[in-house]
Design a binder for this molecule. Structure first.
Ligand code: MN
Length: 230
């Protein structure tokens, strides 16, 4: 057997402090997992988690340098969402939160870039979010920190600056659904597998950005990420 053309390269994320790469399978994201961001999006109360996904090749794996990200076409309201990303080295279905935590390989800081105008239109029409969330280069991500380095981060600052000005400032302990609960809940819908990443939601303060802006983001103890929109 042969392929009709060469298959795309395996998408991977660097592992901090190592020359190893984490091979990515799928990228899932949780919506509105911090109460203050849910409120700014018009929701109220603690709702069950809901999920969407991005293509694996939407990732922009980062190192220590500022990474260029192409400003996407077809939007006039691109917004940033800084998120704790959990990476799985195990998987399965219908896990308990405690079992789900045993699948974790490590954590990283990531950005869920969003075409907010397209997302609002999709919400209004009951259309899918794919083109609002899953566009090219919509998921910058820093190097993964292995569990052995960071444990399971459950509190600590999560922040994002635009051109040096603080726009998002929250704490991981504000997550409505904790990491184990998020993975467990997702595993009731799909059988999770090694290589899967889950973006776990963003705190309040999302804002519109423009071509030329510098986005700097971080999570205490997990890492930092810098992106230039070009
Ligand atoms: Mn998000």
């Amino acid at each position: 057997m042969r392929y009709v053309f060469p298959p795309a390269a395996q998408v991977s994320v660097p592992v901090a402090g190592s020359d190893a790469l984490f091979p990515v399978r799928r990228v899932y994201c949780v919506g509105q997992n911090y109460a203050d961001h849910a409120a700014e999006m018009g929701a109220d109360g603690r709702q069950p988690p809901f999920f969407f996904s991005k293509p694996a090749d939407a990732l922009v794996p980062g190192g220590d340098d500022v990474r260029d990200v192409r400003f996407p076409p077809a939007t006039s309201n691109l917004q940033h969402e800084v998120e704790l990303v959990v990476a799985l080295a195990g998987g399965g279905a219908d896990a308990s939160p405690a079992q789900a935590l045993e699948w974790v390989y490590g954590y990283a800081v990531g950005l869920d870039l969003t075409r907010r105008d397209l997302q609002r239109a999709a919400k209004d029409k009951g259309h899918p979010w794919d083109m609002a969330k899953g566009f090219d280069q919509s998921a910058p991500i820093a190097a993964l920190q292995p569990l052995a380095s960071v444990g399971h981060p459950s509190r600590g600052a999560i922040w994002l600056k635009v051109n040096g000005q603080l726009q998002q400032s929250g704490d991981l302990e504000q997550m409505s659904w904790k990491v184990g609960e998020v993975i467990a809940n997702l595993s009731s819908y799909v059988t999770l597998a090694p290589g899967d990443l889950i973006f776990t939601g963003t705190p309040a303060g999302v804002s519109k950005v423009q071509r030329g802006d510098l986005l700097e983001a971080g999570i205490a103890g997990v890492g930092e990420l810098s992106v230039r929109l070009v």
